[in-house]
Design a protein around this ligand. Structure first.
Ligand code: CP
Length: 329
């Protein structure tokens, strides 16, 4: 693993290793000595956080993950304050970042840019890893990692993700989180996916073809209440109205039948988990937050620890952390 452009770099062994390391770093970081040890892991590294599409938690969790490992961070969050406004090409901008930093974490409104940056890195004398922190409607591989980790933790007393039925609801057509998570779930035996979406926002054919190719069973429905009792987890997403084109007015879609409130919680199994990549719109009522099945606030914090594990692994520091962990128990 060098670049993380899409979920293809993660097989089951890598996923299990990253989940294990995430558990270790969150435990090590609890003590002052452990936090100091982690900060001394990669102090000579520098990272560029290049986010030209809005972000709160991916940006903050990547930034803090770097700091936890002693990595110094730089950021551009608005192309208007970079030399791109003077006409510098995307490739020249990335190459320029690589002159100063060892890692580039990037989010873009369109798909394909992280792949272009990775291809460029593979050709230059001073390459560094590229992490895709969200590419248009296409992929959000590190979100899928933290989602896998959160699901594994939610089911740690029930055999993990294998054998579970996972619902995904909302704007599935334009949801990069559900696309990436669907792809990763193929690594877990006997998982079944239930897609729940308004007809115009159902999952794209490429992901359904991918699941069929990998023998992952899925069903599609518009009837949330009918399928809630069979779910072990429901992954709720918001309407991605920022991707509206040609007069599409997705903000006007009636999402009431695709909403989780206290009535829906009554239909959900006691052990089930409610996830959401956040930010949320009206699709999860704030009254759900206090329910023990609501995992989304833990999920966003899990993102920071999973990204610590990922970055440590990209720089080959995973073995050192695992070897030293017992000192901080
Ligand atoms: N889940 C997620 O990507 O959130 P942000 O857009 O706030 O980074």
């Amino acid at each position: 693993m060098f670049h993380v452009v899409n979920t293809d770099v993660f097989d089951r062994q890598v996923l299990d290793s990253l989940c294990r390391l995430t558990n270790v770093v969150r435990s090590v970081a609890k003590s002052r000595e452990g936090a100091r040890f982690l900060q001394e892991t990669l102090p000579s590294k520098r990272a560029m956080l290049y986010f030209t599409q809005p972000s709160t938690r991916t940006f903050l969790s990547m930034n803090n993950a770097c700091h936890i490992l002693g990595i110094r961070t730089n950021e551009i969050r608005d192309p208007e304050v970079s030399s791109e406004v003077k006409g510098e090409t995307f490739e020249d901008s990335i190459r320029t970042f690589s002159s100063y930093v060892d890692l580039i974490v990037m989010r873009t409104p369109e798909a394909g840019y992280a792949a272009r940056a990775a291809a460029l890195m593979d050709k230059i004398p001073r390459p560094g890893p590229i992490i895709n922190a969200g590419s248009g409607k296409d992929q959000h591989p590190t979100q899928a990692l933290l989602d896998i980790y959160t699901l594994e933790r939610s089911f740690e007393d029930r055999g993990g993700i294998e054998g579970k039925t996972i619902g995904m609801m909302g704007d599935l057509r334009r949801g990069r989180t559900v696309r990436s998570l669907s792809r990763l779930l193929r690594h877990y035996r006997d998982v079944r996916i239930v897609y729940i979406a308004p007809a115009a926002y159902e999952m794209e054919p490429d992901i359904k073809a991918f699941l069929s190719e990998h023998d992952v069973p899925y069903t599609e429905t518009t009837r949330l209440h009918e399928c809630l009792p069979e779910l072990d987890a429901i992954y709720v997403t918001r309407m991605q109205s920022e991707h509206d084109i040609d007069g599409e007015a997705s903000g006007g879609v009636d999402l009431a039948p695709f909403t989780i409130g206290t009535r829906e919680l009554d239909l959900l199994a006691d052990h089930a988990a409610v996830l959401h990549p956040l930010p949320r719109g009206p699709e999860i009522h704030p009254d759900v937050d206090a329910d023990p099945r609501a995992m989304y606030w833990r999920q966003e914090r899990n993102g920071m620890w999973m990204r610590v594990a990922l970055i440590a692994t990209l720089f080959g520091a995973d073995a050192e952390i695992l070897d030293a962990a017992h000192r901080f128990e």
